[in-house]
Design a protein around this ligand. Structure first.
Ligand code: DX5
Ligand code: ZN
Length: 221
């Protein structure tokens, strides 16, 4: 696994050719696949569920699938996604009645667990569950849609999250999601992120390898 993880969001892929799109983006150098689950309740959009995750596994995808749950309630979807072959499951703490229980359900199912913070959601939820969290995902747009602009205030929040993680001593990835592109990825890494979700910046281009290579060059700069 690379030190920096590039996680294309299939929200911007061509859903009519999803298996092929995932194969192509992995061949182009992506590390993991970011899988956005929206329920038209917690967020104002509706996407894909566990059946699609299962179908990707059946298609032969072996890469980690990073399931970002934008759903309320959370817990029912956890079991379904564990069964469907998810590798990482993250959820928004304010969408869960019992955050510790939801994290534990994910861990008990053998998946990595994470919490997602909207741009205006404070990080304080993390404090008492740092030992159960493998990933912190900071949203750099309000969740619900691809193709939005990166909210600059996220950079300060990234620095705050990075300091908190480092001080905890736990091995926790810091992922950022929304408006990430080859143009701002270096600055986002400098603020402390190590895992980068990008939807439109990758799937909106003809040549996925070219944009992922450019991102890696920027990260090395
Ligand atoms: C937004 C989703 C993102 C989205 C990012 O709610 O969580 O993963 O696909 O899309 P871009 O990279 O286009 O901002
Ligand atoms: Zn996402």
């Amino acid at each position: 696994m690379n030190d920096f993880i590039i996680a294309p969001s299939i929200l911007s892929a061509d859903f009519a050719r999803l298996g092929e799109e995932v194969d192509n983006v992995l061949k182009a150098g992506a590390d993991i696949i970011h899988f956005d689950v929206m329920d038209n309740h917690y967020v104002p959009n509706l996407t894909i569920g566990p059946m699609v995750c299962k179908a990707l596994r059946k298609h032969g995808v072996t890469a980690e699938i990073d399931v970002h749950l934008m759903v309320k309630p959370v817990d029912r979807m956890i079991g379904d996604f564990i069964e469907a072959g998810a590798s990482i499951i993250t959820f928004h703490p304010e969408a869960s009645e019992h955050i510790d229980r939801s994290l534990q359900m994910i861990k008990d199912g053998g998946c990595k667990a994470g919490l997602v913070f909207n741009p205006a959601t404070p990080l304080h939820y993390l404090k008492h569950v740092l030992d159960k969290v493998d990933m912190v995902l900071l949203m750099s747009v309000n969740p619900g849609f691809g193709g939005q602009s990166f909210i600059p205030g996220t950079l300060d929040k990234l620095r705050e999250a990075r300091a908190l993680i480092d001080a905890s001593g736990y091995d926790i990835r810091l992922e950022v999601d929304g408006g990430v592109s080859e143009k701002n990825i270096a600055e986002i890494a400098r603020a402390g992120a190590d895992t980068f979700v990008a939807g439109s910046a990758i799937f909106g281009k003809e040549d996925y390898k070219d944009v992922i290579d450019t991102m890696r060059k920027e990260l090395a700069s």
